[in-house]
Design a protein around this ligand. Structure first.
Ligand SMILES: [Fe+2]
Length: 161
């Protein structure tokens, strides 16, 4: 195994792999972001005002995370994906289209977050192995927050975790 390290002290090969995995996460986050925009716009019914505002809060947070992921990829010396055709090739989160019913909208959030969590745990394991604390702590922060959001969404749905 090639043990050359880069200027931030991380092994070159595994860093490339991690940046590639972060691009998978970035792509899926962008689809999640668009899912949130879609339900923010199209939501209907008696809980409109609550949910319209909640979905905006979530997409604003997702937008910040998208930027953090992209800049981590650059910090690791690679290039973040930024085109929709690249994103769509890597998509694992469900694509929600024209969802206006409130429970369906909240299920879309839960299902999207479940997929993001899988990708983040895969990266977490690898960043731990690579001693990449920057990526590792980013993943653990994302995971903790998203698990809490899943709990809240499940509570709203009156479903168990
Ligand atoms: Fe808006």
């Amino acid at each position: 195994m090639n043990m050359t390290v880069n200027s931030i002290g991380l092994e070159v090969e595994i860093t490339k792999e991690l940046a590639n995995d972060l691009n998978i996460l970035l792509s899926n986050f962008q689809v999640y972001y668009q899912n949130l925009r879609g339900i923010h716009w199209n939501i209907k019914g008696k809980r409109f005002f609550d949910l319209h505002t909640k979905f905006e809060e979530l997409y604003t947070d997702a937008n910040i995370k998208v930027d953090e992921i992209a800049e981590r990829i650059l910090t690791l010396g690679e290039t973040p994906l930024h085109t929709f055709d690249d994103y769509i090739k890597k998509v694992k989160v469900p694509i929600g289209k024209n969802i206006k019913q409130d429970e369906k909208a909240v299920h879309l959030i839960v299902d999207s977050l479940s997929e993001l969590l899988k990708i983040e745990r895969m990266i977490l394991e690898k960043s731990d192995e690579a001693n990449d604390e920057g990526t590792n702590s980013m993943m653990s922060d994302f995971i903790t927050e998203q698990e809490k959001t899943v709990w809240m969404m499940k509570a709203w749905l009156d479903e168990s975790i």
